[in-house]
Design a protein. Sequence first.
Length: 423
Amino acid sequence: MKPSINIKLFFARANYNWREKYILNLTGRRDGSSRFGPGDQFATFGAVGAAWLFSKENVFKNSTFLSFGKLRASYGITGNDQIGDYQYLDTYASTGINYGGTVGLQPTRLFNPKFGWETNRKFEVALETGFLNDRLFLTAACYNNQSSNQLTGIPLPGTTGFSALQANLDATVQNRGIELTLRTVNFQRKDFNWSTNINLTLAQNKLLKFPDLESSTYANQYIIGHSLNIQKVYHFTGVDKQTGIYTYEDVNGDGQLSGREDKKTIKDFSPQYYGGLQNTLRYKRLQLDFLFQFVKQINYNESIYFGVPGSSANQPKAALNHWQQVGDSTPYPIYTDGTNSTAVDAYYKYFESDGVISDASFVRLKNISLSYELPLKELQCKVFFEGQNVLTFTKYDGADPEFKSSGYLPPLQVLSAGIQFSF
């Protein structure tokens, strides 16, 4: 039986355009979804946008330098109901166990009548400019988005019989940044064309508000004023020259390491910036396209994939440079087969430290395509070669700097060639 979901909405829009220079857009809507509890099924959203095409002002009309100029801004509030069906209701599932000729039911979800819409507030201002008959086109945009009332599962103690309660999280998350794009026509001739596209994004994610965070189940995961992609870790201080054991900063100085008191080093796994460089070159029937991708970020390095040095497990070649006697200064600790519990415990804390986190910035030749159209009269024929993830330039030690999940294959390098006929 398919779930029965009802969605209702009322929509209104007003546009005003004066002399094709000043544009105003107003939008309003009333949305309703049966996925939410009684009294919270309906919400009102709206947006306002304005633009000024200043290149049409008299001062720029006869300009041979500025061919296009537009300043635009918008602010709007949208809602989100993209969750599973019946999330606010008491639901039950079959136990699959027959008892006395009857198959029983077990509860799977708690009732929450206050489950309602997630709200997103979005603001953007942008400048679009074209120069030299748009041979040079630049766009700069700044955005600031805030999300609140997130639809999520709030963890519950195991004694309740449920792992989580579907509810609205009373937190506010900010996503803001700057996006820059540049399109250039470098050469434009009968037999030779060359164009370039460059984009750069500087994005920031931040938790602005979370009432009673310190007493919540998220206390060890989030910090107000920091990104949602942070990790609290121990600060790794190297190998003890006397014992050969990994050491860490004891922040509170009590002589013991505990996650709550000593994991004070914060590592943000959100990219600092990222972008791409695309070029298209065509000479007569020959065309070359390629895209370079670049990212500035950190990631877990290769150390996180290996077991205790000295145990019967694969190790990187660098593990040969390990501590062997008092006074040794090495990157790897004393070997142990597992009987040295102090060394083993210290090694596994290494996985929870900044010692396994390093720079994972990279530049990658993401896509490349070379094609040639054969000069045939009766049909169109194109011979092509294409490649994906062809080259990567990075100082990262690990399988792949872009991939942040262990136990899975990183992006594959794919090379292909073929012939395409069009009749």
